[in-house]
Design a protein around this ligand. Structure first.
Ligand SMILES: N[C@@H](CCC(=O)N[C@@H](CS)C(=O)NCC(=O)O)C(=O)O
Length: 259
């Protein structure tokens, strides 16, 4: 049976979009991608509000319906196509608990980076890193992530298969790491005490971020936004050969906060 047509409305730098796109890539699903230029406020135009009244990305259009909210979309992909969650129902519930916990309790701190970027506040950056590390230590302890990493140093959250927690947790974490690298030339987790919990977390994040599916939505973006859909992208004259994710992040920060 052929796969229903999927359209994803997204923005290249949005980690909520990356969650969904990452899952689509990992599941090897075909999708049409449409970039919504947030800097140009395209999400507030009537045309897009008719697609998503919450005025945000991501949105998936399938069978003439528009669906949104990244975690709901991951659940939808599971119901429609399978393979987002492990088969075991206890593990599925545990994944929901800890992905949702991370979403509700950890990700909130990440947005502080924009204020810190604007004020160039190095102490603020250290404080953010420490706050995040505290939350992450708790998460790593509760998820027993260290046991997984000890058993298999190349592990994703649930072994060799990319699943819900990976899609839900890694994009925001990596997004922060990438911004700090570009803006401050630092590794955010080098700013905190690297005890075993943080070390294991970093191994885990690196494992997932090294996957081909993750890279297809970030460093080796494919496809690029179509010409005319993202003015910043166009102004950088990126082609598939010259596209550079770090350069794009730098240009985004400059355009959004320095001008
Ligand atoms: N709860 C939503 C959040 C999505 C979201 O906040 N997306 C941001 C971009 S990263 C957005 O569209 N923001 C609209 C704006 O900038 O006003 C989800 O999980 O999908």
């Amino acid at each position: 049976m052929s796969q229903p047509h999927l359209k994803l409305y997204g923005n290249t730098l949005c980690p909520y979009v990356q969650r969904v796109r990452f899952a689509l890539e990992a599941l090897k699903l075909q999708y049409e991608y449409i970039e919504i230029d947030l800097l140009a406020q395209k999400h507030l135009k009537e045309e897009y509000l008719a697609i998503n009244p919450l005025a945000c990305v991501p949105t998936i259009n399938i069978n003439n319906s528009n669906l949104y909210e990244s975690l709901v979309l991951l659940e939808f992909l599971e119901e429609q196509f399978g393979n987002v969650f492990p088969k075991d129902i206890i593990k599925r519930a545990q994944q929901r608990i800890w992905a949702n916990y991370y979403d509700q309790n950890v990700i909130g701190s990440i947005w502080g980076i924009f204020q810190i970027y604007t004020s160039k506040d190095e102490q603020g950056l250290k404080n953010l890193a420490n706050k995040l590390a505290e939350e992450i230590r708790y998460w790593v302890k509760q998820t027993k992530l260290s046991e997984r990493v000890k058993n298999n140093p190349k592990t994703f959250y649930e072994g060799e298969q990319l699943t819900y927690v990976d899609f839900a947790v890694v994009p925001h974490t990596r997004y922060l790491e990438d911004i700090v690298r570009v803006a401050f030339n630092k590794e955010i987790f080098d700013l905190v005490e690297n005890d075993d919990l943080i070390k294991d977390f970093r191994i885990y994040i690196n494992n997932v971020a090294s996957s081909e599916a993750y890279n297809k939505v970030t460093h080796k973006l494919s496809p690029l936004p179509a010409h005319g859909e993202n003015t910043l992208f166009d102004s950088l004259n990126f082609t598939p050969e010259t596209y550079d994710y770090s350069k794009y992040i730098r240009a985004y920060l400059t355009k959004r906060f320095d001008s």
